[in-house]
Design a protein around this ligand. Structure first.
Ligand SMILES: Nc1nc2c(ncn2[C@@H]2O[C@H](COP(=O)(O)OP(=O)(O)OP(=O)(O)O)[C@@H](O)[C@H]2O)c(=O)[nH]1
Length: 379
């Protein structure tokens, strides 16, 4: 693999871990009672039986914990909430519930918990007995739906790394069937459950989390449109808008996502951040691992080029394109500039604030006057 870096990447625009206060360490969790996090922030709940893998998911996706380290995680005894909004585009609280949470306990305040919830992720250990988990799922969904019918219910069929392909398909089918039957039994057939096969040992957990988060982004259709226009004018094959901290992609163009491309882009983010952390530190250890000058180009030996560029404080655009298309680098850069400006319009980025609850002030599509890509670079 031949790698090319823009001078600014290694020359100091990257620095240490300064820009990711909580991102590369294990931490950032706060006890609910002691926390000063505003209760009105939208939230994603992680629920499921004991040892189903809830804390592992949260640590691997948002705290860069390596999957093997999760073997040493202790059981969660109390509700923890994790605010990652200072270091991530994902401006949510993630609430990790202990497996033994009792909905009928007087201290369990369903109204407070479910009212401000955007998505409820129910984690089922696919390597364990499914009956208890399905009973729990029905109970959880019916309680939550009663309080807030707008919650997105997401079921992670988790730890599928231990299953053969046949067992995985069979387990998926069985859980899908039984969960929906169970809901129909309590007259909740209209509740929609989405199912994902996940494991912390590959990229499936990031891909599943991406889909969960995307459903909560009101600007998603606009971002997809912008990406479609950008790639079609620039001769790019695939483009992802990534949350750099979590490697969740918050939007992509409308061509189908294949896991290999997604994994390649995730790996590129890791390489860029790792290299900048190692070589981009200032003498005194200050600096940022990711900033407005962040840019990297990696040429693979199969005539593919990977292109990463900063879009906002938390977001990066990662593109896959053919080497021939990259000959028109100037055009791509010009179009990227327009795209970046439009994304900033979408989120009304002002200073350091950026949240996906903000609606666009003007239509960013109107300001996207890109130059056209022609396959013949001579044109
Ligand atoms: N094979 C495999 N094991 C996993 C996966 N995810 C988590 N685990 C393991 O499952 C065990 C339990 O994980 P936790 O994250 O502590 O589970 P939890 O749901 O938070 O547990 P409680 O806090 O007791 O509710 C750990 O030993 C993890 O290493 C996975 O995708 N595959």
């Amino acid at each position: 693999m031949n790698m090319e870096y823009d001078d600014s990447v290694l020359g100091g625009s990257y620095g240490g871990l300064g820009s990711f206060p909580k991102s590369f360490g294990y931490g950032g969790m706060e006890d609910l009672e002691e926390s000063s996090i505003p209760a009105d922030k939208p939230r994603i709940l992680l629920m499921g039986l004991r040892r189903s893998g809830k804390s592992s998911i949260q640590k691997v996706v948002f705290h860069k914990m390596s999957p093997n380290e999760t073997l040493f995680l202790e059981s969660t005894c109390r509700l923890y909430k994790d605010d990652i909004s200072s270091s991530s585009f994902v401006n949510f609280q993630i609430w990790d519930f202990p497996g033994q949470v009792d909905f009928f306990e007087p201290t369990f305040d369903s109204e407070m918990i479910f009212r401000g919830t955007g998505a409820l992720i129910f984690v089922i250990d696919a390597q364990d007995d499914l009956m208890d988990a399905l009973t729990r799922l029905r109970l959880t969904v019916s309680r939550a739906y009663k309080v807030n019918p707008n919650i997105n219910f997401e079921v992670f069929i988790h730890k599928v790394d231990g299953l053969s392909d046949d067992t995985m398909i069979e387990t998926h089918r069985e859980i899908h069937q039984r969960a929906n039957d169970d809901l129909a039994d309590v007259s909740l057939e209209k509740v929609h459950l989405s199912f994902y096969l996940t494991s912390i040992y590959d990229h499936s957990i990031f891909e599943a989390f991406s889909k969960v988060v995307q459903k909560l982004i009101p600007q998603l259709p606009t971002l997809e449109n912008l990406l479609n226009i950008f790639i079609s004018h620039s001769g790019i094959e695939k483009a992802f808008l990534f949350d750099v901290l979590s490697k969740i992609y918050i939007a992509t163009d409308s061509s189908p996502v294949d896991m290999q491309s997604y994994e390649l882009c995730c790996d590129m983010i890791d390489v860029v951040i790792d290299i900048s952390c190692i070589y981009g530190l200032m003498e005194d250890g200050s600096g940022c691992a990711y900033d407005h000058e962040s840019l990297a180009i990696i040429r693979l030996n199969n005539t593919t080029v990977l292109y990463l560029k900063e879009v906002t404080k938390f977001l990066a655009l990662v593109c896959i394109l053919r080497e021939e298309s990259f000959q028109r680098k100037g055009l791509i850069e010009y179009n990227f500039h327009c795209f970046r400006k439009a994304v900033h319009e979408v989120f009304e980025v002002s200073g350091s604030s950026e949240a996906f609850s903000v609606f666009p002030a003007a239509s960013p599509l109107q300001m996207l006057t890109l130059r056209n890509f022609s396959a013949d670079p001579g044109k």
